[in-house]
Design a protein around this ligand. Sequence first.
Ligand code: MN
Length: 346
Amino acid sequence: MNEINLNLTIRNFITDLICSVKDSSSIVITGHNNADPDALASVMGLKEFFNQIFPNKKIDLVLNLNKLAEKVYKEMLSDPKWNFSKTYPENIDLLIITDTSDLGMALQKDRITPTIQNIIIIDHHGNPTKLDNRVKHFLILSDYSSTAEIITKFFQMQDLIPNRDIVLALLAGIITDTGHFRYATKDTLENTTFLLETGVSISEVTEKLNKKMARSEKIARIRSANRIKKIYYVHDYIVLFSHVSSYEASACKALIDLGADVSFIISFVPKTNEFRISSRARGKLIRETSLHLGEIMKIIGEKYNGSGGGHNGAAGSYGLINNEKDYMKELVPEILKLIKKEIVKK
Ligand SMILES: [Mn+2]
């Protein structure tokens, strides 16, 4: 999409979004389960955006934060007193989902499903799994580094200035989703400039994000290395599988730091028979081959009555598996078979 068309698409979407909020009474903004800083920033940013336009409108926020998002929320913000509910109200006129296009990723499976009239999606992950038929409007910009960047653009286009806490959150979302600007685009830098013009500095955010790792996270990373059963080779590339029960994304990255070209961390919850997979691939492999982890995770998630998706180099999925004892033995060959097809030189 060229810049003019893109701006027009965003502008039209903002108009639809504002109209929908104006016409709805029970409104909820949410992000994917286990919300990362990008989802947190998107939910907070949108709420503030609507607050500035409709100061008296009641909007509920439903969100459960992952460890890093919780840290951003508690340590970076001056007023961490937002009301994030863990459960949905029974009836929702308008559900706005950020940072995923999949309703299943936003709803908790162990809770009662709310009655939802209309859904709006704001996301930057490509290849959406089929959209729920209640989706009235959606803005899915796969060229954008983060959903926080899309929300930043909303403020810019409406000539609104986010408050300082929102700026910090949006920056944290952009910085974490771009791997500290390693995957930033020209747009990312322009949109980030808009945030910096409010007087906040990048180091205020990165210093907090870089704070030393929690002991439990270190242990999860070490365990993930310890539990590698076998080193797989696909052509010259090294593929590793392991399992831990928390900090899966961090453990996945740790295996890449150790030398893997692709890593998968599987976690299993015996109580619900649910598994979650985190996956990562080294940038070099992504440039050299046709591997798209988001597509692989989508296939796996759907095969096991769950869902999945993400980027080509970082993705995740969840599903249900009855093979409690041997879930690794079942999932590893499945994933290997799929990635072998895609790890071919371009
Ligand atoms: Mn994101």
